[in-house]
Design a protein around this ligand. Sequence first.
Ligand code: SF4
Length: 46
Amino acid sequence: MPTCSDCANYTPKGNDSGECRMAGPVPADRDAARCPVRLFVPRPAR
Ligand code: SF4
């Protein structure tokens, strides 16, 4: 199951949390299916 840390809108700010371009601070392990703004975009492979 993908999480915020797998989303293109997510920027890591620590081990367990980060900043979402749309939703602000978010936990890294939030289930993407529970995205509050419903804008999960899979991050391109790096
Ligand atoms: S858009 Fe949704 S799934 Fe993506 S980082 Fe923000 S809160 Fe998480």
